[in-house]
Design a protein around this ligand. Structure first.
Ligand code: AMP
Ligand code: GLY
Length: 423
């Protein structure tokens, strides 16, 4: 069969690598893809938000399955448009992708169906938000309602900072129309865990757990980024936590979406916080995490195409989802200055070192093929993943492999997965 993947990051490279392993697949296309994906798929210069072009391309090439990796096209309704044209697509329709697309919607859903999450209020008026803050406990968390590249969350330590935050989100529109509404919620403390799951509308099967490091600098300091590295599994995600989440979070979320007439088929990514009062939902995403996919998918034993097809056909209950009993760590190699200001266009050396190395992966994020070879083309450039028998070994392997590639302004965190030493 012919598969089209929509997206261009490290996550889509990891998806492409899994799709390429399937015996059912003859040809992979990626729109728009990147230099690394280009070694597995034919990249086509169509942007992820160019819906008409994607649909025409899929029809013209007789694509059997389109996998949408990114949040923007899902929230914008790409799956609906593909389906309307009679094409098969993996990912939630627009009315279900709102689970990620609107934080106000997701908070109201959790409240209505008693799914544990931080206490909150929604606002569409800056004056009312400010008035509410006068009585709030600090620190407090402000969230732009819509998609904001993972940057629309502000943790404010006092009233002054919070009022400034409301102004920047709702009045100055720092995150554009994502700030037309906002959520103000209680600040929680605890370990964060990411749990990705496959959903077919009624059945949910969770993947192995992972943890992301969102801040730019070692010790979880500096600005929030798209993710500087991940490890999987999370040793903090115990059987007891898993049992609680199954009962109170996972299935209840899927059932709630169905009850609201918003049947969810695709990936639900639960961002959880393990608080003193038990696990609570920080946020939902409607897609694989980036760079969570880069540590979860390499450990999956199943044929991804079989699982994805079962989701679309409502037959996920027939799948026995299995993960290797090992560990993986992904270290992101970024361009110095990310996430604010960084240069592009530097030659990348050493990519060939990964060829034939079992258990090592070099997932491309911001890279581009030029006449002079592959060059940096974004803030996050590569995701270096390595497996090991346990997290400690995986971590050592991943950091060893980061030495194999060089480019000017290469920057990485040195403490990805270090928290495991506390266990
Ligand atoms: P989100 O995009 O909602 O996952 O938020 C981004 C990051 O902000 C999370 O990964 C947390 O580190 C932090 N965060 C979000 N909500 C809260 C909260 N209620 N309490 C504490 N930290 C939060
Ligand atoms: N790594 C976090 C995300 O994909 O949203």
């Amino acid at each position: 069969m012919k598969v089209l993947i929509v997206g261009s990051g490290g996550r889509e490279h990891a998806i492409a690598a899994s799709v390429a392993k399937s015996t059912k697949v003859d040809k992979i296309y990626c729109a728009p893809g990147n230099a690394g994906i280009g070694s597995l798929a034919e990249c086509v210069p169509i942007g992820a938000m160019e819906f008409d072009k994607i649909v025409s391309f899929a029809k013209e090439k007789d694509i059997d399955l389109t996998i949408v990796g990114m949040d923007d096209p899902l929230v914008g309704g790409l799956v609906d448009e593909l389906e309307a044209a009679g094409l098969r697509a993996f990912g939630p329709r627009k009315n279900a992708a709102v689970l990620e697309g609107s934080k106000a919607f997701s908070k109201d859903l959790m409240k209505k169906y008693k799914i544990p999450t931080a206490k909150y209020e929604n606002f569409d008026d800056a004056k009312q938000a400010e008035a509410y803050l006068e009585t709030a406990k600090f620190p407090v968390v402000l969230k732009a309602d819509g998609l904001a590249l993972g940057k629309g969350v502000l943790i404010c330590k006092d009233l002054e900072e919070a009022k400034e935050g409301v102004k920047s989100i709702m009045l100055d529109k720092k995150f554009g129309s994502a700030g037309n509404q906002m959520v103000i919620e209680e600040f929680m403390t605890g370990r964060e865990v990411s749990v990705l799951s496959f959903v077919d509308g009624k059945t949910i099967k969770t993947m192995t757990s992972a943890q992301d490091h969102k801040r730019a600098l070692d010790g979880d300091k500096g600005l929030n980024t798209g993710g500087m590295g991940t490890f999987s599994p999370s040793p903090f995600y115990t059987e007891e936590v898993d049992k609680f989440c199954r009962e109170h979070i996972y299935q209840p979320t899927v059932d709630a979406m169905a009850a609201e007439g918003r049947e969810f088929k695709g990936i639900i990514f639960f961002g959880l916080m393990l608080t003193q009062e038990g696990p609570k939902v920080l946020e939902y995403n409607a897609r694989f995490g980036d760079p969570e996919a880069q540590v979860v998918l390499p450990r999956m034993k199943n044929d991804l195409i079989e699982v994805v097809s079962a989701c679309i056909d409502g037959k996920l209950d027939e799948i026995d989802l299995q993960f290797e009993k090992n560990a993986a760590v992904c270290v992101v190699l970024a361009s110095e200055g990310y996430p604010v200001d960084y240069k592009k266009g530097f030659a990348i050396h050493g990519l060939e070192s990964f060829e034939g190395k079992e258990g090592y992966y070099c997932f491309h994020a911001g890279t581009k093929k030029t006449e002079n070879g592959i060059v940096t083309n974004g803030g996050r450039v590569l995701g270096i993943t390595a497996k090991g028998r346990d997290l400690k070994e995986a971590r050592a392997n991943a950091y060893e492999a980061t030495k194999w590639v060089t480019f000017e302004n290469k920057y990485m965190r040195n403490d990805i997965g270090k928290a495991i030493e506390e266990v």
